[in-house]
Design a protein around this ligand. Structure first.
Ligand code: SF4
Length: 391
């Protein structure tokens, strides 16, 4: 293949050489790692493995995958399982919403598709927890349907093969089109797995092992000797400073077990995690007008107004502040503790974005580093004089 000229209109510059797929598949046939989920063409088993592998290392997933399939061998077994049982088998794997969605998804497949994973992309995408990547992976590997996957590994390989001169995040549609253009129509499942394998084992983020690469002669970055420059780094965003108040609202109503109020989905930067309630600090950094019981009560009222009217909290105590970074946001949280005094009687039963959770339940909901920091601060100041204010 001749080197593709770099083109201002990247969408017109798709590499379409079928030799790339042929060489990739030959390499995959000879070197593919022996992984338990590769022994199966059962869409359910492939689905389980793809969900477990999201943001989790292969070696971590292996024992969980085997145990999970022994306990829930098919869609019907998972669909009829108690959520608690599914979560306990998932315990330690993290990102517990994956397990909840998998169980919900099994319910949909059991009820709507007679237990058979659908072959249509749109029906697959309608299943809870299944997005473009997962649907392409399952449909191609289980049914040999021609959908190309683009995960982080594949995107990196393509960026190097095509010398893509813009950050990957800006070129999702180009990457999808490029992945489709290279896809083997005879063995799309193996082709997808080979691309992912190449990114995971050879075309790694730092110091790719180009001497072992089966498609090195087609890789523009390698041929031009500029591999280190790809993928292009994302543009640096300007740092944004935020001042927020974080509420550790304690519910001691049930026996001696302390429960903490947590919410999910309200804060745009941390939508997927269960975290304590947060509001913006009135007028930026806290000042004397924010201090004291009335100041914290006012801040709490701002939260309840939007999130849950009728949640009465008192006995506010300012514990100090913590710093936390999320993407380009540098956030200072004033951490205040209060005691839950009353809540509408039907609140916990009617809201799936609010809960009061014991320490054990919090583990199952997934650990947020923000909550861990706030609780560590509380542990430090417990029994000690409240930190000076303002900080
Ligand atoms: S030649 Fe190197 S940079 Fe190019 S795809 Fe192969 S491993 Fe990646």
């Amino acid at each position: 293949m001749t080197t593709q000229p770099r083109n201002e209109r990247l969408e017109d510059a798709l590499v379409r050489d079928p030799e790339i797929s042929e060489q990739l598949l030959r390499w995959y046939d000879q070197t593919a790692r022996d992984l338990p989920w590769r022994k199966s063409s059962d869409p359910y088993a492939i689905w389980v493995s793809e969900i477990m592998l999201q943001q989790t290392r292969v070696e971590t997933v292996r024992p969980y995958y085997t145990r999970f399939l022994e306990r829930f061998p098919d869609v019907f077994a998972l669909a009829s399982a108690e959520e608690e049982d599914v979560l306990s088998l998932w315990s330690g794997l993290g990102y517990y919403s994956r397990a909840r969605n998998l169980r919900r998804g099994a319910g949909v497949v059991a009820e709507t598709h007679d237990g058979r994973f659908p072959r249509s992309r749109s029906e697959a995408l309608a299943i809870p927890g299944i997005g473009p990547y997962t649907s392409a992976a399952i449909l191609s590997i289980a049914y040999e349907l021609p959908f190309a996957v683009v995960d982080g590994n594949v995107a990196r390989v393509l960026a190097r093969v095509c010398r893509l001169d813009v950050p990957l995040q800006r070129k999702a549609s180009f990457l999808e089109a490029q992945a489709e253009a290279l896809l083997s129509k005879e063995r799309p499942g193996d082709h997808n797995q080979a691309m992912m394998e190449l990114g995971a084992t050879v075309c790694v983020p730092r110091d790719p092992r180009c001497d072992l690469c089966p498609i090195g002669e087609h890789c523009q970055a390698h041929v031009d000797g500029v591999v280190d420059a790809y993928p292009s780094p994302p543009p640096r965003k300007e740092t944004v400073a935020l001042e927020l108040v974080l509420f550790l609202v304690v519910d001691r109503a049930v026996g001696a077990t302390e429960r903490l109020l947590l919410e999910r989905g309200n804060w745009p930067l941390i939508r997927h995690l269960w975290i304590p309630p947060i509001v913006e600090s009135a007028g930026g950094p806290p000042d004397s007008s924010d201090a004291g019981q009335q100041g914290w009560a006012n801040a709490w009222n701002r939260w309840t107004r939007h999130r849950a009217k009728g949640l009465e909290v008192g006995g506010w105590s300012h514990l100090g502040s913590i710093r936390h970074s999320i993407t380009h946001h540098r956030i200072r949280f004033q951490v205040v503790e209060g005691t839950l005094q009353s809540a509408p009687s039907d609140l916990w039963a009617t809201r799936d974005d609010l809960t009061v959770a014991t320490e054990r339940a919090r583990e199952e909901l997934g650990r947020s580093s923000l909550l861990t920091k706030a609780l560590a601060l509380r542990d430090r100041v417990k029994g000690r004089k409240q930190l000076e204010f303002p900080i």
